[in-house]
Design a protein around this ligand. Structure first.
Ligand code: NDP
Length: 492
């Protein structure tokens, strides 16, 4: 036995060690007891007289009372947006609109810690993500579209771009601030005014944002925020004073909206669900790919429309990839969203947890093999352990339906043609990822994948300059980039 080996065998077994908690301080966010509707630049009481409680999904603690807007409230908000459109905002020179949008971006960055904490508190996502992704990319969207506000004629040469009027914007709970930024920034840059409805489970950052609008000196009525549930959203969709609906959410509700506005002349963009394939070839840098797979499905608890929820791995490396993936999953820390060490936070709501649980059960029943690393889940709140399914057939519900949770289904393939066929075998078409060392193979794949975004050797990358949107049941229209302006303009 060598000296080194002797020392090793003599030393005690390595101790189990835990990360010390590193909680982000909560006191940077001071919440009001109650939040009214934000209409005409002020908080107003809802005509309905109804309020509901918004909670933290990690602890189920009550955070604040939120107003429920009814059809009358929506009507007042739309009227306020119309007045602001006609009496100033749409006639303002682009360079003046740009100043406001730029100010919003700057204030968001100045208050970034506050927004990150509020986002994690109300939505359940890890502070590491809200701090490093949601808030900075939201600000980046405002910076980016501030730059376009006075250059619309250059964006669309030889055409005369004009704003549409009042935009009704309905956003989901998975990226409350980021979706708000994706919607509001281009609409303002193009000279529209807005009535926005956040999801009823995550209204807080939208309500904090109203303060940013005031700080930035945005004229009253240019941005209005109406809170409430799907009924509030439906009232906004139906309102005759709305010129355009921009919706992000489930395919089912998206289809209903499309039916509701058919024949009204309202413009529509829909950003709906997804069931993205993350495709790993045998020549890929596998350790890097593992990080991409983890990011693809466990980022934001997998509650991401473009999540890489189907892993397609080339048969020759599948055992190796699955073994590495399981090992890596064992290192993921699930728990307090406000702890800076946390990788996977709380599921957004009890309803969403029930939906995930039901789909995972269907996976077991249909015959897939489940793996979950050992992890202690907190007793209160809504939690789901990171999960991977192997032995998955394409027909299983877990391979077809959007789970919107930290659940990955693994399928294998032998040839690039088979990978394309399996990747495209879905009703959705929002995103895809390809892991390979060969540039030519990446381009070959990208040409054939029916997805709005195809990432190469990376996943879940968002840039305000890059258009994002889907094919098929993932919706239509693009957000981001120059394309994102088109959705808020008409041409004379
Ligand atoms: P929804 O589509 O119901 O919610 C999206 C937004 O639409 C929310 O603001 C919601 O309000 C609002 N809304 C609900 N019903 C109507 C309606 N009839 N008319 C107008 N607006 C409406 O998504 P869920 O929260 O119910 O999630 C269900 C599933 O949808 C998830 O499991 C996931 O698969 C998918 N989803 C996809 C998202 C994406 O980014 N593509 C985002 C969220 C969910 P409120 O939340 O207040 O009810």
């Amino acid at each position: 036995m060598s000296d080194v080996e002797k020392t090793r065998s003599a030393s005690p077994a390595p101790l189990e060690w835990e990360y010390a908690p590193a909680p982000e301080a909560r006191d940077i966010v001071s919440l009001q007891e109650r939040y009214g509707l934000f209409i005409g630049g002020e908080q107003v009481e809802p005509r309905t007289g109804e309020w509901y409680s918004t909670i933290s999904p990690a602890t189920e603690e009550h955070l604040a009372e939120i107003a429920t807007a009814g059809a009358d409230d929506v009507d007042i908000a739309v009227q306020s947006a119309r007045d602001a459109f006609e009496n100033g905002w749409s006639q303002l020179p682009g360079s003046e609109r740009a100043k406001h949008i730029f100010r919003i971006a700057r204030i968001l960055l100045e208050r970034s810690r506050e927004f990150a904490v509020a986002e994690s508190l109300n939505g359940g996502k890890p502070i590491r993500e809200s701090r490093d992704v949601d808030v900075p990319i939201s600000a980046a969207h405002f910076f980016y579209y501030a730059g376009w506000a006075d250059k619309l004629e250059y964006a669309f040469p030889n055409r005369r771009p004009r704003p549409l009027g009042v935009a009704g914007q309905i956003i989901p709970w998975n990226f409350p601030l980021l979706m708000l930024a994706w919607k509001i920034a281009p609409a303002l840059a193009c000279g529209n005014t807005i009535v926005l409805k956040p999801s009823h489970t995550t209204p807080l950052t939208a309500l904090l944002f109203t303060d940013v609008c005031r700080q930035a000196g945005l004229p009253p009525g240019v941005v209005n925020i109406v809170t409430g549930d799907g009924h509030t959203g439906a009232a906004l969709v139906r309102h005759p004073g709305i010129d355009k609906i921009a919706f992000t959410g489930s395919t089912e509700v998206g289809k209903g909206i499309q039916r509701a506005i058919a024949g009204t002349g309202k413009r529509l963009t829909l950003e709906l669900g997804g069931k993205a394939a993350n495709i790993v070839f045998d020549d890929a840098a596998l350790d890097q790919a593992i990080e991409g797979i983890v990011n693809g499905i466990f980022f934001n608890q997998g509650e991401v429309c473009c999540a890489g929820s189907r892993l397609l791995v080339q048969e020759s490396v599948s055992e190796q990839v699955i073994a590495k993936l399981k090992r890596r999953m064992g290192t993921l820390r699930v728990g307090d969203p406000l702890d800076k060490n946390t990788d996977i936070g709380a599921i957004n709501s009890r309803e969403q947890l029930d939906r995930i649980t039901e789909l995972v059960e269907s996976g077991r029943e249909e015959g897939a093999e489940i793996f979950q690393p050992e992890c202690r889940l907190p007793e209160r709140g809504f939690w789901f352990a990171p999960t991977v399914f192997t032995n998955v057939a394409q027909s299983y519900r877990i391979a077809q339906e959007e789970i919107f949770g930290p659940v990955l289904s693994v399928l294998t393939f032998r040839t690039p043609e088979e990978a394309v066929e399996k990747a495209n075998n879905t009703a959705y078409g929002l995103s895809a990822g390809v892991w390979t060392e060969k540039g030519s193979r990446f381009l070959w794949m990208a040409e054939r994948l029916r997805a709005g975004v195809v990432w190469g050797n990376t996943f879940n990358r968002f840039d305000p300059a890059s258009p994002f949107g889907g094919y098929k049941e993932s919706g239509f229209g693009r957000e981001g980039g120059r394309h994102g302006l088109d959705a808020y303009l008409r041409f004379e």
